[in-house]
Every structure is written in C-alpha cells, then in structure tokens.
Ligand binder design. Structure first.
Ligand code: ZN
Length: 299
C-alpha cells in the first residue's frame, strides 16, 4: 500500500507530466474502476472531455487532479494501483490498463491496476473549513467531497501539531493504531508509523493517553521527518507494484531502522528488533529503545 512519500512521488510526476494538459479523449476498459462515479461512465467521460488539468494535489495518501470547473479527478490507488504518464499514448491497450486519458498534444495518462482495488471518480470540490489550501500542490482552498474526512498530514502547512497531539492524549487506543487513523492524522502507514515510533522512543502498544504532550508532539515531528526523508529518495518500495509515473520502481535507499527488521540487531543498541500485532497490524520495535514502562523518575 503506498504511503505518503510514495503518493507524493507520484504527485510530483503528475505535476510535471500532466498539469496544464487538456483532455481530448477518455477511454474506460474496466467500469469497476468507476464504481463510485455518480452517473457512471457516461458522466465520467462528459465531465473530463475538454477539461484542463490545473493541479496535482495530495493530502495524506489522497490524490487528485484539479480540473477547470471546481471539480477534481480523484485517484484512489488502492493496494496495487499505478498511474502512468505517456510521452506518446500507445496504440494498443496495455495489460491491466483500465482507464486512459489522451491529451490534445498526444501525450496521455493511464490508471493501471492488477487487482482493481483502486478506483477513480470525478467529484465536486468543497471549501476547506480551516482556511488553508487543500493540500500539497495547490493554492486552492477546496478539496474533493470524498476527502473531507481526511485529516491534514504532518507535512501540510495547515497541520496543527499541538491540536493533534492533544487529541492523541485523549484516547485510550494504542498509539500505533492512532497514527494509522487517517481522520486524526493522514498519510502515515505501517512502515512510517513504526519508523516514527522508533525515532521517538515510544512503543506502539502504549495508549495515546499514556503519552505526555511533549512525547506526542515529538512523535508527530518524527513522523514528519521520516516521511520527508522518504520523499527525498522517491519513496520506499517493498512491492514491485509501486512505481512512479514513468514506470520506475521506488528506491530502496531509505534506511529503515525497524520496519521489516525483526530478528535483526537494533542499529542504536544492538538488541534484537521484535514484532508484535497491534490492532491487526504488525508493529516492529526495539524493546530497549522503546520501553513499555518508564524508568523510575519523578512524574
Ligand atoms: Zn534499540
């Protein structure tokens, strides 16, 4: 599943390759990709044909292309979705290619998905209530109606660190589970949640309410830092399915400290990294660097 850095890499590619293009032709080979589109395939095509792509925008892992009439083309990559930008659209439909937009200059964009967990839809934009631009890549203060439940991510200028930390401390839910809750803080998936928890020295099974305000804030700052580092190298690829818009796989260059390293030595202290399950998700941690109980200290 792509997390924020991977989606940001895709967004940057779309910003470079498809923004400013006008859609000449819409082809849909798999209507399942439009399963939530109001008006189905006909409305999808009518709304897109002739439209210009104004911006490629991301909030958390949520990605959309702003169109010229207060609407957006929302791209849900799901587990296995890819978007591909063509310098010249091929004559034939490619394997697992479900949707293709051909632009007036002969370039194009395709939504490719092996397993069809992804989907796409044209939806109305609705004003952001907090007065900030909707997300990365736009100055417009409006977001797709289907994204209004998505909280701002730690890289967003409108992200309210103190308020989110306070909300974390009001919950008895495990902090790892809270970090994955897109309604609280978006963009963090399993990999970067574990990395952020390690960096902040916090065990993922601890309830949000057991954290101090300072710990909760430092955890969110850690999440921002690990995701920024991953954006710099183009995302992490554990999955051959994740590729950028030019079809190149993500880089493995990012040095993961704990994720996927269970049974190996912690880089900081040498203790073996462990793995447990929290809320149905795996959590990789170092028992020494991320102790459950605080060493005795004055409260
Ligand atoms: Zn350690």
């Amino acid at each position: 599943m792509p997390e924020l850095p991977e989606v940001e890499t895709i967004r940057l590619g779309l910003a470079r390759r498809v923004v400013g293009k006008q859609i000449a032709k819409v082809e849909v080979w798999n209507q399942r990709m439009l399963r939530t589109q109001p008006g189905g395939i006909q409305q999808f095509s009518t709304l897109l044909e002739g439209a210009e792509i104004k911006a490629a925008v991301r909030r958390g892992k949520f990605l959309w292309l702003e169109l010229n009439d207060d609407q957006a083309l929302v791209i849900h990559l799901g587990m296995s979705g890819q978007v591909h930008a063509w310098d010249e659209v091929p004559l034939e439909k490619r394997k697992h290619e479900h949707i293709r937009l051909t632009f007036t200059d002969g370039t194009g964009y395709s939504h490719i998905d092996q397993r069809t967990f992804g989907k796409t839809e044209v939806v109305d934009l609705t004003p952001c209530l907090d007065g900030y631009p909707a997300g990365e890549g736009t100055s417009r203060k409006a977001l797709p109606e289907s994204a209004t439940h998505i909280a701002r991510d730690p890289l967003d200028a409108g992200f309210n660190l103190k308020a989110v930390a306070t909300k974390i401390r009001q919950s008895q839910t495990a902090i790892k589970t809270l970090l994955l809750k897109q309604e609280l803080v978006s963009g963090i998936g399993n990999i970067y949640a574990d990395e952020a928890l390690f960096q902040a020295g916090i065990r993922g099974s601890k309830p949000g309410a057991s954290l101090t305000q300072k710990q909760a804030e430092s955890l969110l700052i850690a999440a921002k830092q690990v995701m920024e580092a991953a954006v710099k190298v183009g995302g992490t690829s554990f999955d051959a399915l994740y590729v950028n818009v030019s079809g190149e796989p993500g880089y493995f260059a990012i040095n993961l400290q704990v994720y996927g390293r269970n049974g190996k030595s912690c880089y900081k202290c040498g203790t073996l990294v462990e793995k447990e399950t929290i809320g149905g998700r795996s959590h990789h941690f170092c028992g020494r660097c991320q102790p459950l109980a605080k060493r005795k200290r004055k409260q």
